[in-house]
Design a binder for this molecule. Structure first.
Ligand SMILES: C[S@@+](CC[C@H](N)C(=O)[O-])C[C@H]1O[C@@H](n2cnc3c(N)ncnc32)[C@H](O)[C@@H]1O
Length: 291
């Protein structure tokens, strides 16, 4: 299924359904995701100005891996609100927060484009690997801007260009070819790489009203023991790829995974599998109110 993004209601309900289905897989891979994204997460928090005692809004928080990292950083005087479109992933985030024993964290189902939070109520806002899935990322950034107090900071993390994310390119192109679908423009709205064009997120941050906007690119190599571990991750949690393969017969699905495995095996090294990825971290600040 490839939902027309101009039908916003249909697009969002398809996105919600995709992530409801992928939620258990994404959650089961929390440890691998933590290892993969720990450096970008630290940088994201620094760039958003998260500090001890901060009230932080975590948009498209998923199962809350980065939410707990933020909760540790802000300490008991701070607070983190994790929000996500998918009720299934929010339920898992809640369980994770409970078992981690954090009292300063809350999870809520909310569309990032219509958060339903009070204006000026957060010191910092972050969104790790979520904004590219929004039907209208500018509206999402305007919501983050509105939620921040004057002077508060935001930082988002998205995938950069296809050439810098060859595994995603391989997964998408192989899945589409096996599904008999035409190649897609990698930057088409709502897709994995939709915000990867240089300068795109800066432009959106500025249009949303942020000042002091800056982007850095960070390498985030996904290191796993073997290519099969990466495939297990993708097969259980990479909702855009699962979505493309959904319509195929089981044998055709297996043929697609076999080709992906073969193509992804080029990243096998002497010390395991190392899949290159590049992320863009964009930060901005809500300007202080003029006296
Ligand atoms: C790749 S996961 C990232 C989850 C988490 N931030 C992390 O890094 O582990 C993408 C998340 O974006 C969420 N998402 C997609 N569209 C959204 C929207 N419009 N509003 C809020 N969340 C959304 C999905 O439900 C999913 O949990």
């Amino acid at each position: 299924m490839h939902t027309d993004i101009t039908d916003e209601t249909a697009f969002k309900s398809a996105m919600r359904a995709q992530w409801d289905r992928a939620a258990p897989g994404w959650n089961a891979h929390t440890a691998a995701i933590r290892d993969w994204l720990s450096r970008p997460t630290e940088a994201m928090c620094r760039m958003a100005g998260v500090t001890v005692g901060s009230r932080v809004l975590d948009v498209a928080a998923g199962a809350g891996e980065q939410t707990l990292a933020i909760a540790r950083l802000v300490g008991p005087q701070g607070h983190v609100l994790a929000t996500d479109l998918s009720p299934a992933i929010v339920a898992l985030a809640r369980q994770n927060f409970e078992s981690a024993g954090f009292a300063n964290v809350e999870a809520r189902v909310a569309d990032g484009e219509d958060l339903g939070v009070a204006g000026c109520s957060f010191d910092a806002a972050v969104c790790r690997l979520g904004l590219m899935f929004f039907s209208d990322p500018l509206r999402g950034l305007r919501e983050m801007h509105r939620a921040l107090r004057p002077g508060g900071g935001a930082c988002t993390v998205v995938f950069s260009r296809p050439e810098k994310n060859p595994c995603l390119k391989i997964l998408m192109s192989t899945a589409l070819a096996h599904a008999g679908l035409p190649a897609r423009d990698p930057f088409e709205p709502g897709g994995l790489l939709s915000l990867g064009q240089p300068g795109r997120t800066d432009e959106l941050f500025r249009s949303a009203g942020f000042h002091d906007v800056a982007t850095i690119a960070l390498d985030a190599v996904f290191r796993l023991p073997s290519v099969d571990d990466y495939l297990a991750f993708v097969r259980s949690s990479a909702s855009p790829i699962l979505d493309i393969l959904e319509r195929l017969e089981p044998a055709a699905v297996e043929a697609a995974w076999a080709e992906m495995r073969e193509r992804l095996d080029v990243f096998t090294t002497g010390e395991g599998w190392a899949g290159p990825n590049e992320l863009l971290l964009t930060a901005g600040r809500r300007p202080e109110d003029r006296p």
